[in-house]
Design a protein around this ligand. Structure first.
Ligand code: ZN
Length: 86
């Protein structure tokens, strides 16, 4: 049995076992800086704070790539049509 490694989360200041941290290969110990609970909370906060921005970016992407999206869709439908005619 291996010993459980503990780590302090700088956000909630709790000492938690390493498995309660997200896996992050860019970190020295292979786990993220904050615990998974805080990371979850943070990403939700980020989404709530930037919801308008995220929605705008999505809409912009759809407008900028309208032709490309249409072409991909047309290709898809053509292929399906051809397969239906078989
Ligand atoms: Zn935490």
């Amino acid at each position: 049995m291996g010993s459980v490694i503990y780590k302090v989360c700088p956000d909630c200041c709790f000492i938690k076992p390493l498995h309660e941290f997200y896996i992050d290969s860019s970190c020295k110990d292979g786990h993220g800086r904050v615990c998974s609970e805080c990371a979850k909370k943070k990403s939700k906060e980020y989404y709530d704070a930037n919801r308008d921005e995220i929605c705008k970016k999505k809409a912009e992407y759809a407008i900028v790539n309208k032709d490309r999206i249409r072409k991909v869709k047309a290709k898809y439908y053509q292929r399906r049509k051809r397969e239906d005619e078989k």
